[in-house]
Design a protein. Sequence first.
Length: 107
Amino acid sequence: MLYTLDAEGEYIAENASILSVSGPRALDDLARRTNDGAVGCLITGWTEGHYSDCWIRTQRRPRMIGGYAVIDGRRCMVQAPGSHPGGRAWWLRPAATVMVPVWETEE
């Protein structure tokens, strides 16, 4: 299971650090550890993240294996130049769902 804390709302930041955990229980444990000592905002759950444009953009054609690019051991979907409004760059995003935290502000 993939997750990131580099998100605003449900939108994952470009070049976000995307990490993996062993499952939903590990995400709950991460939320508890993050919330320990936190002031102002707490993680109250997780939701599927989305991308404004992409996770990574590159000017070089990525090496493809079985229809996917592999970045940091993660299979990524690729959008070639001309298939998106981003000019001559290649856009990549993980093929797997990336979870992002749901934050609640303490009053």
